[in-house]
Write a protein that binds this ligand. Structure first.
Ligand SMILES: *[C@@H]1O[C@H](CO)[C@@H](O)[C@H](O)[C@H]1NC(C)=O
Ligand SMILES: *[C@@H]1O[C@H](CO)[C@@H](O)[C@H](O)[C@H]1NC(C)=O
Ligand SMILES: *[C@@H]1O[C@H](CO)[C@@H](O)[C@H](O)[C@H]1NC(C)=O
Ligand SMILES: *[C@@H]1O[C@H](CO)[C@@H](O)[C@H](O)[C@H]1NC(C)=O
Ligand SMILES: *[C@@H]1O[C@H](CO)[C@@H](O)[C@H](O)[C@H]1NC(C)=O
Ligand SMILES: *[C@@H]1O[C@H](CO)[C@@H](O)[C@H](O)[C@H]1NC(C)=O
Length: 406
């Protein structure tokens, strides 16, 4: 309960408000640009067809060649292993049930890879695998969202102890004493150092990035040795950015800027460059570290953007045919996977939790208006994911991936 109170306090502080406001701003810029580049197609409300109630016959579960990320969501009436009542660490802002979300169909799906079965998350299996180890999630608030999902899942087997929180509750560490497992989340917007530009003393929302070194906000806080890193980012890049190479003091290019004599790059390109820097750093950091990249997580505003009444109130996934497979989400994912493959060529333990495509259909999984939005009444959160919810599948995939790499 103490944890819940702390989390609640976070939402109520001015920093909490700034945090949500900043998030909203990003989403706004992001969507504005998105709608300029890709005019929206009308979504229709046809329901997902071809729903199977029963599990399908499986090939061998441990078949390494099964592509875990190619598959579909199938109906499963017995899905969540936790509820908002049984997860002691559930964050207030993702507890959609507490904020009036009463539909439950969105909880009744499981991810079914085409060629194998993804086992239901078994917290004991995860904890056995990570006994005596340390794992860090590094990234933005969606990275935090995944770590919170993992905490809820694992808490069904062992109650975690809250061992560290920074003053803004952006970095947090938990410990599972019986398994001596340490789970941490470290906040960074861009993975690399970034300074916000001021115009006449006021925040502009534009950033200068040093793209050739990792952000000390995470790189200097990593324990050594560290066994597992889950890296992700992306949502902060849809704004005006200037990319600098500190080494020779040159500007490599900019994102969404208007300067004519600068190299214009897309956000996906910038995301790729910063990921490359982080991966190179991690490769040298500890020989035995396993690094997992979680690919870009799509958001789902409809009928507007965050501040023009955009919502995400669906209760059922989209049909695959209603999803834009040429959108910016898969472009970002492509840039991330390319960097991962590039660094994997040189060896090392590196894996991917490739959620972009599978989550494109899960427009039903966001809090929408069902979050702790007392300071932003009427605004929908269509970026983060409800707990419990479809984001829990990311941790089933994470378990399968680290088991495969162990
Ligand atoms: C649902 O899951 C629980 C364990 O989480 C299991 O005991 C129960 O048998 C399952 N029910 C069905 C119908 O599969
Ligand atoms: C859990 O969600 C239900 C709605 O599904 C809600 O009535 C209840 O208050 C929530 N409980 C907690 C502890 O947040
Ligand atoms: C717990 O794990 C850490 C490494 O994460 C190790 O240094 C420490 O010795 C372990 N403690 C016990 C009591 O096994
Ligand atoms: C900054 O302030 C100066 C003087 O008050 C004004 O002329 C200028 O337009 C301002 N610039 C911006 C970007 O607001
Ligand atoms: C600066 O360094 C980058 C690579 O680190 C290189 O691509 C670029 O050409 C260099 N620029 C200059 C002006 O030397
Ligand atoms: C969902 O949102 C749309 C606007 O985007 C609104 O027209 C509709 O009534 C909402 N549906 C429900 C069930 O609230």
């Amino acid at each position: 309960m103490k944890n819940m109170k702390n989390l609640k306090d976070r939402q109520n502080t001015p920093l909490g408000r700034i945090y949500f406001f900043s998030l909203a701003c990003i989403v706004f810029v992001y969507l504005t640009i998105f709608f300029i580049i890709y005019p929206p197609r009308p979504f229709n409300t046809t329901l997902m067809e071809d729903i199977t109630q029963e599990a399908l016959p499986t090939k061998h579960d441990k078949d390494r060649r099964c592509d875990l990320f190619r598959g579909r969501w199938i109906r499963d009436l017995n899905r969540s292993i936790y509820t908002n009542e049984t997860c002691p660490t559930i964050p207030v802002s993702k507890n959609c049930g507490r904020h009036g979300r009463s539909d439950t169909e969105y909880l009744q799906w499981r991810w079914k890879p085409d060629e194998c079965e993804l086992p239901r998350f078994q917290p004991e299996n995860f904890l056995r695998l990570v006994r005596g180890k340390k794992m860090a999630f590094i990234g933005d608030s969606v990275a935090r969202n995944q770590m919170e999902s993992l905490l809820c899942l694992l808490s069904q087997a062992e109650t975690p102890i809250d061992t560290y929180k920074d003053s803004e509750d952006r970095d947090r560490t938990w410990h599972f004493p019986t398994h001596n497992f340490t789970l941490m989340v470290i906040w960074t917007k861009f993975l690399v150092p970034a300074t916000e530009r001021l115009t006449n003393g006021t925040s502009s929302g534009d950033y200068d990035l040093q793209i050739d070194s990792p952000d000390p906000a995470w790189a200097s806080k990593l324990p050594s040795p560290i066994d597992y890193i889950v890296l992700s980012d992306g949502h902060w890049f849809f704004r005006k950015l200037y990319l600098h190479n500190n080494n020779n003091n040159t500007i490599i290019g900019c994102v969404f800027c208007s300067e004519p004599d600068t190299n214009h790059l897309g956000p996906a390109h910038a995301i790729g460059l910063t990921l490359r820097t982080a991966l190179h750093f991690l490769k040298k950091y500890n020989e035995h570290t396993t690094t997992i990249v979680r690919t870009f997580s799509p958001s789902h505003f409809e009928n507007g953007v965050w501040n023009t009444g955009g919502t995400c109130n669906r209760t059922w996934p989209l049909r695959e045919g209603d999803v834009d497979l040429k959108g910016y989400e898969l472009e970002v994912r492509g840039a991330q996977v390319e960097e991962l493959e590039r660094v994997r060529v040189g060896g090392g333990r590196i894996g991917v939790v490739d959620v972009t495509k599978m989550m494109l259909v899960r427009a039903d999984g966001h809090p929408g208006v069902h979050w702790d939005n007392q300071y932003m009444k009427g605004y929908s959160d269509c970026v983060h994911w409800c707990l419990p919810g479809p984001i829990d599948a990311w941790n089933e995939l994470l378990l399968a991936v680290i088991a495969g790499l162990s």
